[in-house]
Design a protein around this ligand. Structure first.
Ligand SMILES: Cc1cc2nc3c(=O)[nH]c(=O)nc-3n(C[C@H](O)[C@H](O)[C@H](O)COP(=O)(O)OP(=O)(O)OC[C@H]3O[C@@H](n4cnc5c(N)ncnc54)[C@H](O)[C@@H]3O)c2cc1C
Length: 286
């Protein structure tokens, strides 16, 4: 993977009608659309490839929690017909493949500079243009800037006391390495209880050796999240159940899912999903 800035005429001052920042799904579409409207457009992307969220979040288990069909561009009927999603909720590698396919299919890369972070933009009242600052290059001029920078694209490293002294490797799901990580025999702690934890813990747990305390905490994370998800997305998390059962035993899962007030909430939410109902029947809950 090259980290050298790419793109045309790096040493020369350039001017475009529109500068787009970010080559995620929004940035790719802006480029396609604005080009079609006859504007000169250039996209600057700090990563080495297209896909945004799906370029950065390569952690094990990463996938879409809305149906793949809905997570697709609708601007081209040909594109819609020629692309077949292999799963109902696509995994990160497949979504990234789709983004790359779109970039190639519509020849978008020629107007994207990769490994290029936009640092600043200033509006020049005299000329009525933006001056876009990019490290080690002359500023780029543009009449318009579109910030297709997403709302979750810059990973936030939490300010945890002692984190910098931690001797083991530290990974962030939003900056996951491109190569596989082998967790075999490692003791792994996961900080955070959102979707990324829910998706990655079952897969990491297949390899990792977990202390009982960690097991307990992860059980809380996973089952808490399983309960919380709305009926629509519950289906997507069901494949995690067999893995959770391997790590924690079906009996623990059964107890957790059916206990007290929590049981009532789970029952109410899960009842609406036929697949979820099947799982609860299989586990002998309710
Ligand atoms: C882990 C995760 C899972 C998600 N799952 C779903 C899901 O299942 N369903 C759903 O609908 N949504 C999901 N989302 C939300 C997702 O972000 C959006 O669906 C969508 O991909 C956002 O696209 P975007 O192009 O707006 O932004 P992004 O995909 O975030 O792309 C923004 C791009 O801008 C670049 N950038 C940012 N700042 C700069 C800068 N200064 N200079 C140059 N480049 C810059 C970034 O590197 C990035 O590539 C998820 C988000 C995350 C983080």
């Amino acid at each position: 993977m090259s980290t050298a800035p790419s793109g045309p005429d790096q040493g020369r001052e350039q001017a475009f009608d529109v500068v787009v920042v970010g080559a995620g799904f929004a940035g790719l579409y802006m480029l396609y659309r604005l080009r079609g409207l006859g504007f000169s457009v250039h996209v600057y992307e700090q990563g080495a490839g297209v896909g945004g969220t799906w370029y950065w979040n390569r952690y094990p288990g990463a996938r879409c929690d809305i149906e793949s069909m809905q997570y697709s561009y609708s601007f081209s009927e040909e594109l819609q017909q020629e692309w077949n999603w292999s799963e109902r909720y696509a995994s990160q590698p497949e979504i990234l493949e789709y983004a790359n396919h779109v970039a190639d299919r519509f020849n978008l890369r020629t107007d994207i500079s990769f490994n290029t972070r936009v640092e600043r933009a200033e509006f020049d009242e005299a000329t009525g243009t933006w001056s876009v600052a990019i490290p080690n290059r002359p500023p780029v001029r543009a009449s318009f800037i579109v910030l297709a920078t997403g709302c979750l694209s810059n990973a936030r490293i939490p300010d945890i006391k002692g984190l910098s002294d931690f001797k083991g490797p530290v990974y962030h799901t939003g900056q996951w390495p491109h190569e596989d990580i082998d967790f075999t025999g490692k003791r792994v702690g996961v900080i955070g209880t959102g979707s990324s934890a829910l998706q990655s813990v079952p897969l990491i747990a297949q390899q990792a050796s977990l202390s009982s305390r960690l097991r307990y905490l992860e059980l809380l994370i996973l089952l808490g999240a399983l309960q919380a998800f709305a009926p629509l997305s519950i289906d997507m998390y069901l494949p995690a159940l067999p893995v959770i059962e391997k790590v924690y035993t079906p009996e623990m899962v059964r107890q957790w899912l059916s206990a007290g007030r929590r049981g009532a909430i789970v029952r109410r939410r899960w009842r609406r999903s036929p697949d979820a109902r099947k799982q609860t029947e299989r586990l002998g809950i309710w």
